[in-house]
Design a protein around this ligand. Structure first.
Ligand SMILES: *Cc1c(COP(=O)(O)O)cnc(C)c1O
Length: 367
């Protein structure tokens, strides 16, 4: 008799819907026999990896190096991050992407008896990790596509353990000010963890966007997460980190896999962190791309949610899945966001200037 593995799996996992990733370029080329494919779907750095990091990687790919386990404690990367951010290495937890760190937080602090809290339209990983550990998700309706912090405060329940906030938010690109967030932190009970997900922090230039690092000293329940996947151009190698009170870092380190960040990823991150010029180039390119794409799409009559990230979310006033499919046939991969409850929107990452123009031309033909 066939065994119903779905029945014997953990309750949360049974109902879990897998994360929908952006379509890989190779897959589209294979499916449609296309040569030229532009991927604007996963908020990657269109300039690619820093040349400095790439060079270090090439030199590190020796038989002797790759046969060794990585440094389980990521000593060098932590020391470098600590110096740059003016924190102690004991406040840093490294992860296999910041996704890993988000999961460690959920696993270390919440279970079936608990709830986590986050906003409608917030990053898809928050509901997934919540459900995977069997916790209950409290989803607070968004305001102007972004987080409604007062509603989030009011929605806290006695079993709430973790609050996730993405600033800027993915997929909407909305962001919270220094004042609003600081106020919020003051009002959250000190035993509830507040995770401030800053995956796109490097791209934000708004003057009242918070520098959250000094808050770590005042709010021991604050955890800031960041990544090398976006502006630092290392999405394929998977490195992210959490900044927190040392006791929280200690706990996260107890649940993580001993070698969760591989040796090439560590090395690449160290070198990418040192390549300020490459980062600056990415930031400037992103600003130009965002202005160009927003303006071009608005002139076609569609509204773009104001974004401070390296992507924009657009209401195309039609079934976005159909438009997405048409764009695929023209060699453009963007991101449908129906799984976020936005069936008429598409999320578009900034590409290189010629990729952006390619996309706009194809979009005009598909509409
Ligand atoms: C991309 C993203 C991340 C994590 O990416 P990793 O590659 O796992 O570091 C985290 N949070 C948000 C909001 C993101 O958009």
């Amino acid at each position: 008799m066939a065994i119903d593995f779905f029945r014997i799996a953990n309750a949360g996992v049974q109902q879990l819907k897998p994360y929908q990733a952006g379509k890989p370029i190779e897959e589209l080329q294979r499916e449609y026999g296309l040569k030229q494919v532009v991927k604007l779907a996963s908020n990657e750095n269109p300039l690619g990896t820093s040349p400095k990091a790439l060079n270090a990687l090439k030199n590190a790919c020796t038989a002797e190096n790759l046969a060794r386990y990585p440094d389980s404690n990521g000593f060098r990367l932590k020391a470098q991050l600590a110096a740059k951010l003016k924190l102690s290495p004991q406040q840093i937890t490294l992860g296999n992407g910041s996704n890993d760190v988000l999961e460690l937080i959920a696993r270390a602090f919440a279970n079936e008896q608990h709830s986590t809290l986050f906003s409608q339209y917030a990053f898809a990983v928050y509901p997934i990790i919540t459900q995977a550990i069997g916790a209950r998700a409290i989803v607070v309706p968004a305001k102007d596509w972004g987080h409604d912090l007062s509603a989030m405060l009011a929605a806290i329940e006695t079993d709430t353990q973790v609050i996730f906030i993405a600033n800027p938010n993915n997929p909407t690109g909305t962001w919270l000010t220094q004042h609003a967030l600081h106020n919020f932190l003051h009002q959250v009970p000190a035993t509830i963890l507040v995770v401030l997900d800053e995956a796109y922090v490097e791209y934000v230039s708004e003057p009242d966007y918070p520098n959250s690092l000094p808050w770590l000293a005042d709010f021991p329940n604050l955890i800031i997460t960041r990544t090398f996947s976006k502006a630092y151009g290392l999405a394929g190698l998977r490195v992210g980190y959490a900044l927190s009170h040392p006791d929280i870092a200690d706990l996260l380190n107890r649940v993580r896999q001993p070698f969760n960040v591989n040796s090439l990823a560590l090395l690449a991150a160290e070198n990418a962190l040192d390549d300020g010029a490459h980062l600056q180039k990415a930031i400037e390119l992103n600003q130009q791309g965002r202005a160009y794409l927003s303006q071009a799409i608005e002139s076609m009559g569609f509204s773009v949610i104001p974004s401070v990230g390296n992507f924009i979310c657009v209401d195309f006033q039609q079934d976005a899945q159909t438009l997405y499919q048409k764009l695929l046939q023209h060699g453009v991969i963007v991101r449908p966001v129906a799984n976020y409850g936005l069936p008429q929107h598409l999320r578009i990452s900034m590409g290189l200037p010629d990729e952006n123009v390619f996309f706009i031309n194809k979009l005009a033909r598909c509409l």
